[in-house]
Design a protein around this ligand. Structure first.
Ligand code: GLU
Length: 430
C-alpha cells in the first residue's frame, strides 16, 4: 500500500521549496504533533464485543485549536489520518480560519453495523478521545461515512463524561443539537462557488460545461445538485458501487431519489446505488474518470487519479471535492498539460468554514440565519479564490495548488518564526 502521508509530505516539501519557505519551517510541518491510537471496544447486538482501530491526529496547532473530521471507513489507517490532518492544516490556513489541522478515523465498514452498533461505536470513540480533544484544543466534525447524527451522539457522550454542556466540542451537529444552518450542504456549496468563480474568469456558459461527478455522498450530491440547478450538464455520476452516464444529461434529483429508495431515516447508509437508476447506461469507475468532459469532480476518496490512469484524463478543469484525489506525481502531469485544478484545500473548504461558523455560534450562544451563513461563506471563498488566482497569474508556470500552499505556508511560517528560529537566536535575523 503506498503511503498517502509520504505523498502528502513530499508535496509539502516541494511546494514549500517552490514558494521560498524556510527549510526549518517545512521540517517542523513535516511531522504530526501527536496522534492518539486506540482500540475501541463495541458491544455488538449478538452480545459479543468487537474491537475497532481508531485514531485522532493533532497535526498542527500553530494557528489555533486543531480542526478536522472523523471518518468511518475500512481504509482508515494511522498513515491516512495523518495525511488528512496535514491537509486540514493547509486548508484552514488557506481560508484564514483561526484553526490548526487535525483528523480522526475508525477502521470499520459502517454499512455492516446496525444503528445501535453505530451509536455505540460513536460513543466509544468519544470515550477514548475525551481527554485528548476539546473546544479549545481539537474540534472534530463529520467526514466520509459520518454525519450530523453521529456528531450529536459524540457531543452527548462528551458532555456525559465532562458533566457540563460544551456544544463547541464538535461541529456538523444536527441543527437542534447546536449545529449550524447550512453546515450539511457547506462542502458541496463551497465547491460549487469556487467552480463558479473559475467559470466566470474563463467566460464560459454553464450549459457548455459537461460534468462528471465521482462520488455521491454528502459533498458529491450537493455539488452536483447546485451545478445542475445552475444549468451545468451533469453527464455522469458514480457511487461506491458503480457509475451511470447519459450524454443528454442526468437529472440529479432523480438519481438521488433512486439512491435513497430504501433509506428510511437520515443517519442510515444508502442500501441502493445510483446504478439502480436503470434508464441510464452503466459505466465503470475508470470510464467515468476518463470521460471527455469540461469539468471532472472527484468527490470520493484519495488517489482516484494516479500515475496509472492520469493519461486517460480528458477533463479541462478539475474541482477536487475529495481530499487528495490526485497523487502528487499525477498532479504534475496534469499541470504540465494545462488542466486547471481547483485544489482540495480550497475546493472542499466550505465544510470547515461553516464548521468554524458553527463553533463561533456555539461559543457566542447566538445562532445565525441561513442567509447569513451563506453570505459569509461566499465572502470567505471569494477572497481566497481571488488571492490564489492573482498569485497564479503573477507568477510563471504556477498552479492554483502552489498558490494555495504558498499562502498557507507563509502564514504558518510567520507564526513559527515569531516563536524564534535558529537564525533569530544566533542574532543573524531580526
Ligand atoms: N471533514 C471535512 C474536511 O475534510 C470537514 C472538517 C471540519 O469541518 O472540521 O474538510
Amino acid at each position: 500500500m503506498p503511503s498517502v502521508f509520504h505523498d502528502a509530505r513530499e508535496r509539502l516539501k516541494s511546494l514549500g521549496k517552490l514558494s521560498g519557505i524556510s527549510a526549518t519551517v517545512i521540517e517542523s510541518l513535516s511531522r504530526p504533533r501527536s496522534t492518539l491510537c486506540s482500540s475501541l471496544p463495541v458491544l455488538m447486538d449478538d452480545g459479543s464485543t468487537q474491537y475497532f482501530d481508531a485514531y485522532r491526529c493533532q497535526y498542527s496547532s500553530h494557528l489555533g485549536p486543531c480542526k478536522g473530521g472523523i471518518r468511518f471507513h475500512p481504509n482508515v489507517s494511522q498513515d491516512e489520518v495523518q495525511a488528512l490532518a496535514l491537509w486540514m492544516t493547509i486548508k484552514c490556513a488557506v481560508v484564514d480560519l483561526p484553526f490548526g489541522g487535525g483528523k480522526g478515523g475508525v477502521n470499520v465498514d459502517p454499512k455492516t453495523l446496525s444503528r445501535m452498533e453505530l451509536e455505540r461505536l460513536s460513543r466509544s470513540y468519544m470515550r477514548a478521545m475525551a481527554d485528548f480533544i476539546g473546544p479549545d484544543k481539537d474540534i472534530p466534525a463529520p467526514d466520509v461515512y459520518t454525519n450530523a447524527r453521529i456528531m450529536g451522539w459524540m457531543r452527548d457522550e462528551f458532555e456525559v463524561i465532562k458533566r457540563h454542556k460544551q456544544p463547541a466540542v464538535i461541529t456538523g451537529k444536527p441543527v437542534n443539537l447546536g449545529g449550524s444552518l447550512g453546515r450539511e450542504e457547506a462542502t458541496g456549496r463551497g465547491a460549487f462557488l469556487v467552480t463558479e468563480f473559475l467559470r466566470s474568469k474563463e467566460g464560459k456558459a454553464p450549459e457548455d460545461i459537461r460534468v462528471a461527478v465521482q462520488g455521491f455522498g454528502n459533498a458529491g450530491y450537493n455539488v452536483a445538485k447546485l451545478l445542475f440547478d445552475a444549468g451545468y450538464k451533469i453527464i455522469a455520476i458514480s457511487d461506491s458501487k458503480g457509475a451511470i452516464c447519459d450524454a443528454a444529461g442526468l437529472d440529479v434529483d432523480k438519481v438521488k431519489s433512486f439512491k435513497d429508495k430504501d433509506r428510511s431515516f437520515d443517519s442510515d447508509y444508502c442500501k441502493s446505488s445510483v446504478c439502480e437508476s436503470e434508464t441510464h447506461k452503466s459505466i465503470s469507475h475508470e470510464e467515468l474518470l476518463a470521460l471527455d468532459v469540461e469539468l471532472l469532480v472527484p468527490a470520493a476518496l484519495e488517489n482516484a487519479i494516479t500515475i496509472k490512469n492520469v493519461n486517460n484524463i480528458k477533463a479541462k478543469w478539475i474541482t477536487e471535492v475529495a481530499n487528495g484525489p490526485i497523487s502528487a506525481a499525477a498532479d504534475e502531469i496534469l499541470h504540465a498539460r494545462g488542466t486547471v485544478i481547483i485544489p482540495d484545500v480550497l475546493a472542499n473548504s466550505g465544510g470547515v468554514i461553516v464548521s468554524y461558523f458553527e463553533w463561533v455560534q456555539n461559543k457566542a450562544g447566538y445562532p445565525w440565519s441561513l442567509d447569513e451563513v451563506r453570505t459569509r461563506l461566499q465572502a470567505v471563498l471569494k477572497m481566497s479564490f481571488d488571492e490564489m488566482w492573482q498569485y497564479q497569474h503573477q507568477s510563471e508556470n504556477t498552479s492554483l495548488r502552489t498558490a494555495a500552499y504558498a499562502k498557507a505556508l507563509s502564514k504558518l511560517e510567520q507564526v513559527i518564526k515569531m516563536r524564534g528560529t535558529k537564525e533569530y537566536f544566533a542574532n543573524t535575523e531580526n
